[in-house]
Design a protein around this ligand. Structure first.
Ligand code: AMP
Length: 223
């Protein structure tokens, strides 16, 4: 099973990916997290990616696709995986299909109004240590400014500024939105309302996943 979470930046893909990972055991793979780790470690890939990430543009396809191919063929992805932030354009979607096309797939588009997106991104804090995501407009940490999971000081992502958010939204509309048509055509597209609280959104996702898994087991049983 491949679960693709897509939707604009700030729609809750990372948070929902973490919840799916703990509930169903599919590892959450976030290209943004993987790239940020490369940047922090100062690797050649990180050095190539840093400038685009800082200004909210997309990192070159060949770099991201290579990184993803390596990740999705690791042992923990054998039964399934959740993608957060990949594919970001049609080219990447085709590469994913070419590399791992046999897998059952569901692409969940988490939609919400642009005004809420901007508010959420400005209120987002992340943990640089364990990569937890927290939104101050939805949840407060137990201790102000501190990660509930590992006690590290929470930070604001460098690209969560108004100027870079606007650029990321522009890139989303131009490059990522066409994926709606791509996944509709494959009949794997599902759209949900992401404007409610975390649990309201995850309830919709779990219902879709459970329907997809039941359908899959039925087909397998009929083979
Ligand atoms: P995210 O954490 O998903 O918001 O991604 C942060 C940044 O990483 C993006 O603004 C891009 O610069 C880069 N990035 C993440 N995923 C991709 C991708 N699939 N293709 C190209 N660039 C990406």
């Amino acid at each position: 099973m491949r679960i693709i979470l897509f939707g604009p930046p700030g729609s809750g893909k990372g948070t929902q990916g973490e919840l799916i990972q703990s509930k169903y055991g599919f590892p959450k793979i976030s290209t943004g997290d993987l790239l940020r780790q490369e940047v922090a470690a100062g690797t050649p890939l990180g050095r190539k990616a840093a400038a685009q990430m800082k200004k909210g543009g997309l990192v070159k396809d060949d770099l991201v696709v290579e990184m993803m191919k390596e990740r999705i063929f690791k042992e923990d992805c054998r039964v399934g995986y959740v993608l957060d932030g990949f594919p970001r354009n049609i080219f990447q979607a085709r590469e994913l299909e070419a590399a791992d096309g046999q897998r059952k797939e569901i692409a969940i588009d988490i939609q919400l109004p642009e005004k809420i997106i901007v508010e959420r991104l400005l209120a987002r804090r992340v943990c640089p240590e364990c990569e937890s995501i927290l939104n101050l407009s939805l949840t407060k940490p137990k201790q102000e400014g501190i990660c509930d999971h590992c006690g590290t000081e929470l930070i604001r992502r460098e690209d969560d500024t108004l100027e870079v958010i606007e650029e990321r939204l522009k890139v989303y509309h131009q490059q990522t939105k066409p994926l709606v048509g791509y996944y509709r055509e494959k009949n794997t597209y599902r759209r949900i309302d992401g404007s409610g609280g975390i649990q309201a959104v995850s309830r919709q996702i779990y219902a879709l996943l459970e329907a997809a898994m039941a359908n899959h087991s039925e087909k397998e049983a009929r083979k």
